[in-house]
Design a protein. Sequence first.
Length: 239
Amino acid sequence: MTKNIFLLLVACSFFLTSCIETLEEVYLNKDGSGKYNISFDMSEFFSNPMMKSLIEEAAKEEGEEGGFELGETDTLIYFGEGAMAEGVMKDAVMRMTMSDSLGKFLISINFPFENVGQIDEFFKKLSEEGAGAEAGPMGGMSSLLMPGGKFAFKKKRLTRLEAEDSGENELFAGEDGEFVKMFFSGGTHTTVYHLPGKVRKTTIEGAEVDGNTVTIERPIIDLMEGKVGMDGEIRFKNR
């Protein structure tokens, strides 16, 4: 575990609050194409003055010259400009916004797809290339934070299959595992499906239906430990 991540985990555990909120959105067209967005809000690291003070104080004790500063950054990473520029990766963009003055730390990824199967394809590729510079800061974290699962679309029916076991449970073992649990405790993952017609019904447990949208909320830690899933089916009418 790196020093800075350790400091952030300690800060979160002291304040018993969520340090990460994720929002996943799938926009589906009638022909099965669409776009995918996912965002990670980690602003709690720095919007809470007491938490930020704790992080900076811990950093000084660890010998970090000048403490731990977030700074001001707004960066776009175009995956299509790197070694992964093929298939669904070529039009994918990641944006990272960090602002010490505004107390913001946001990361978002978005890309268009020709068919929903490319969503799983994208994150597998991102995970495989995670060590490369083109993947950016999310590369090594993709398998950890993404809800996963394979998508299929056929005849006004969108299906999401259960994600394969990616070994996250190993992260919860030992002393470091307890910090990981505290880090994600209280965090929420929200998925919103935007369908091309009014939703008829869904088999996704706990889903809320409103016209042509379906919203699901899950505790991040429960998703990571496999206690809950995102799998299920949505049926809708054509407009």
